[in-house]
Design a protein around this ligand. Structure first.
Ligand SMILES: [Zn+2]
Length: 247
């Protein structure tokens, strides 16, 4: 199996056709998962012909709609689609409080109308806040680290080539500054950062690749990279787009 990490959505709550809300597909030899499932991500999966049974694990960074709102359409389709019904179990990994959150999302629809009897769903609370900063997806170890704001968690994992970190949402601060040094390639929420903060993060990281995702605005990435390089950054700054393959 070839490994790939693909940005399915580089957008935010803003309604933009070419930027679905937040999600990254991770397919590795040791384990595979979907990180976040915001608006339009179910369609992005269909566009890539990724059928229900290929998604065994979903990891949710936090419970803002732009990171989780396509979960209900995904489960609904899993139960009732005539072209792609689900037949295998699904595990959903969530931060503290996530089990109650998902259960409460199901109530208005009736749980049995969304999750049919042909497959099972287990919801596991993980992360630093419940004393499980690491967990396994098959044989893949995933670090799930609290990264403000709003109960958000970023993830770190290793492909057979390199370490990758993804922030979910992240505000500029001490935690983000140390988080981006945990991996060679980092996919960051650049929407909540100023140009100056992106440059500072790159300079502090020193090398490697920073992929600017969760885009609220267009970035002049060449000028940002040049400014960072003047201060000693030797890596690459990239602007994310939907379907961009990171590895
Ligand atoms: Zn967000």
């Amino acid at each position: 199996m070839s490994e790939r990490v693909v940005i399915l959505g580089c957008g935010t709550c803003q309604l933009e056709v070419n930027r679905a809300a937040s999600s990254v597909l991770v397919e590795l030899k040791k384990g595979s998962f979907l990180f976040d499932i915001g608006r339009m991500i179910t369609l992005r999966l269909a566009q890539l012909k990724i059928t229900q049974n290929k998604i065994r694990n979903i990891v949710i960074s936090h419970f803002h709609p732009d990171h989780v709102s396509d979960l209900i359409p995904f489960l609904h389709a899993a139960s009732w689609s005539k072209i792609d019904p689900r037949t295998v179990p699904l595990r959903i990994f969530v931060p503290k409080g996530g089990r109650d959150f998902i259960e409460s999302l199901l109530i208005p629809y009736g749980k049995e109308n969304i999750i049919s009897s042909q497959y099972s769903v287990t919801i596991e609370e993980v992360g630093e806040l419940v004393g499980k900063p690491k967990f396994l997806i098959d044989e893949l170890e995933v670090s799930f680290l609290h990264l403000p704001p709003a109960g958000n968690h970023g993830i770190v994992f290793e492909t057979s080539q390199k370490k990758i970190a993804i922030t979910g949402d992240a505000f500029f601060g001490e935690k983000l500054r140390s988080f981006i040094r945990l991996a060679e390639t980092v996919i960051i929420d650049s929407g909540h950062l100023s140009d100056e903060e992106i440059i500072q993060l790159a300079v502090e990281k020193g090398d490697g690749t920073i992929v600017c995702s969760h885009l609220y605005r267009d970035l002049d990435i060449n000028s940002l990279e040049n400014l960072a390089k003047k201060e000693g950054f030797t890596g690459k700054l990239i602007v994310a787009s939907d379907f961009m393959q990171i590895t």
